[in-house]
Every structure is written in C-alpha cells, then in structure tokens.
Write a protein that binds this ligand. Sequence first.
Ligand SMILES: NC(=O)c1ccc[n+]([C@@H]2O[C@H](COP(=O)([O-])OP(=O)(O)OC[C@H]3O[C@@H](n4cnc5c(N)ncnc54)[C@H](O)[C@@H]3O)[C@@H](O)[C@H]2O)c1
Length: 445
Amino acid sequence: MNADALRKAIADRSACIGVIGCGYVGLPLAVGFAKSGYGVIAVDVDPERVRKLGAGESYIGDVPSDAVAAEVKAGRFTATMDYGALRKAHIIFVAVPTPFDRAKQPDLSYIISAAESIAAVLQKGQLVVLESTTYPGTTDEVMRPILERSGLHAGVDFYLAFSPERIDPGNKMFGIENTPKVVGGIDPESTGLAAAALQVITKGRIHTVSSARVAELTKLLENTFRAVNIALVNELAMLCDRMGIDIWEVIDAAATKPYGFMPFYPGPGVGGHCIPVDPYYLAWKAREYDFHTKFIELAAETNLAMPFFTVARIRKQLNDAGRSLRDSRVLVLGASFKKDIDDARESAAIRVMEILKAEGALVEHHDPHVPAVRLASPLFGSNGDHHTLRSVELDAKRLRQSDCVVILVAHSAVDYTAVLREASLVFDAVNATRGRDGQAQVERL
Ligand SMILES: NC(=O)c1ccc[n+]([C@@H]2O[C@H](COP(=O)([O-])OP(=O)(O)OC[C@H]3O[C@@H](n4cnc5c(N)ncnc54)[C@H](O)[C@@H]3O)[C@@H](O)[C@H]2O)c1
C-alpha cells in the first residue's frame, strides 16, 4: 500500500489499527480507534489482560468495561497475544513500558522486544508509530534498525513515526479525545500519515514537528518541566518548615498572579512511571554528548529526598508528643502515586512506608483504590525481598488507636473530617485537611 492508499484507508475508516501494549496508554488508544469506527487488533503479552479484553472487561480505571464490551460485540475490537495478527494491520501503535533499571538507566527491553516481534511480521506499506516515552533517537537508532531486519526499508517500504502520549490518568477534563498530540516521523511522509491517523481520534490539535527526535524530546521536556518545578516547591517546603511559614498559603497567594506563575505543589516525593523516570532517560542520553543535565540531577536529588524529609517530620511530630517513631502505630492514608487512581508504580507513599518500617514503626495503610502494596526490604540494595501490606478498613477505632495518621495521597473518597475528629496526631503531606476542623493535632508539610 502506498501513502495515498493509506491516507484513503484512514479517511474512509477501512484502515485496520494494531495497538501493541494494552495498558494505561495503549488501551484508551485502541478503544478510541474502535469507537471511531476502525477495526482494532490489540496485542499484549499478558494472557490475563488479553482474556479480559476478549471478554469485554477493562482493567484500566479511565476505560469503562462497557466501552470495551461494546466494541468487542460490534466486532471492531479483538485482543490477542499473536503478533501474526498484525500482518493485516495498516497502522501499528506501540505503547509498551519504558522503565529504568535499578541503576536508573533506561530499560528499552520492552521496545526492543516489541520491535523484534513486529519485524517478523512487518508488511510493505505499514505505518509504525511509537508512543512509549523515551530518549531522543530511540525511534531512529533503536526501532528502525530492528524493523529493517525484516528486509524492508524505513521511509521506502514502511513508515515510521513517534508520537508521545500525554494521557493523564484520572484527569476528568482532558483525555485522548481532546488533548493535542505532537507527531514527528523519520520523514515527512511518515509524519503526515501518523498525524492523519491520530487526528481521527482527537478533537485536539495535531502538532507536527520535523523529526522523531524532536517529538521524543518534546515529551521529555514536558515531564522534566514538571519534575524541576515540583522540586522547586519541595525545596521551598523544606525551607518554609525551618522558617515557620505555611508553604500552601504562599503558593495560593502567588497563584493569584494572572501571568508568569503556574502553581506546583509540594508532597512526599514524586511518583508514577513518568515524572520520576523520564528525566533520567534524558540525563542518560545527554552523557553520550559529554553533557550533564544539572537541573535534572538537582530536581531528582530534591524529589528523592522528600520521602526522607516526610519521615523526619513525622518522627519530630511524634517526638514532640513524647513518643518515638520506633514501635509507634502509624496509619498511612494513600498508596497510589496520585489522588483518585489505582496506580502505585514508583509511588512516593510506598517509599515513605518503607522508610517508616525500616525505622521500626508499625505501619498500616488504607487506600480505597490500592488493595495491597509491596514494600522493599531492606530499604537499599533490596535483594528482591518484599513485604506485602494489605489496605486496612478505615474506621473510628483504627484512627483512635493509631499514634499518628499520615496522609500521603488526597483521595476524594476518604473522609478527612472524620480523620481529624478521631485521630490524635495527623501529619498531612498533601494539604488534604485544609479548612477542616477536629481535635487532632495536625502538622502539614
Ligand atoms: N501511564 C501514563 O500515564 C503514561 C502517560 C504518558 C506516557 N506513558 C508512557 O507510555 C508507555 C506505556 O505506559 P503504560 O502506563 O501504558 O504501561 P502499562 O504497564 O500500563 O502497559 C504496558 C502494556 O504493555 C504490555 N507489554 C509489555 N511488553 C510487551 C510486548 N513486547 N508486546 C506486547 N505487549 C507488551 C504489558 O503487558 C502491558 O499491558 C510508557 O513508555 C510510559 O512512560 C504513560
């Protein structure tokens, strides 16, 4: 299929869409295309996920099961572990994980494995679009040569582009259907085709750039911007603690400025698989160019210190109440990496719990969205040992029996007024108790 035929297939919805990796990014994308009338083949290596999708069940909070079931029933959506099914796809999106390893170096093994599997079934005229967040050069230097092992040439026999995903799980205002997308291909034809394909599932603008590298770096700029600004307010939060100034009041006041200021909020650390991970991808790649990304390193240093600072504040609060952290009953509220979602990957709350436990506190946790967490033990150089902590019921008795209740995620489903009414000591790292009264002695970050 040549570019014109592919463009026509996109326009008349006869194009078949493949999506590799059906997680937080891939599943909304796959369902988005199916809802827009395209036939979608969703490929995942996780048999349980494939089984659920085939049965019309979703496991991603922002994608209702009804939406998957409707597309399965309409015959527009199939899920499989078989890459061979992608032979009939016209466009293949790749949304596999890009974590870092224990030394915080990029782990591209998922992209490499997906690319190898695509190479085995790649067809002339197909368009491959990488959506996973990664360092500049991945599409060109890593994906392209692997795909070309098929004997087909990028830009001649198949098209290749990168389009970063901006999805923000839990965000009720912005989803795949209204968030602008950035697209950069290995050549103008690839860019144009990827832009045409993505335009059908979003009312947001498609912003095309001159190369895949520009698109790759765009995503890293966005997330590094957040990491650096969060680090800045975290540093100010630590200073405000010394100065006896309420950082939350300062941010609210600064946010009244209608231009030139954007509020970021402090917290027990940054979590998720984007903000704490993506900047490292850039820092790692920069070293290849004899360049040290000092802002990234500094932001990481500050943000990584926040769980320890949080525990230090809890220790002091208990100390002021005549108790030691060791053997105190500490009830942690919130385990996910941000409010109202069930994703606990790289969660700062988990790090805080690990440190509390390592210091001898008797830790319990409650999270309405996360049934259990795995705490690494020992704290550093973990040899793979983990301790599973199940979410406990939140009731008045438990709140009263806790020596300190620590709020690390401001989930909407938690009754913070009840927390202040029943608990004796509360450490609030996320300003969830603001404007509420109760007999508890409250400290804020
Ligand atoms: N989750 C977010 O909020 C978000 C936002 C923007 C960008 N991203 C980026 O998108 C990418 C995907 O993240 P995610 O959160 O969707 O991950 P995820 O873990 O939720 O989903 C990834 C899926 O890929 C599957 N998978 C792994 N290897 C595979 C392979 N070789 N072939 C087929 N399937 C495979 C996994 O089983 C899983 O279902 C990452 O690069 C991430 O940084 C994520």
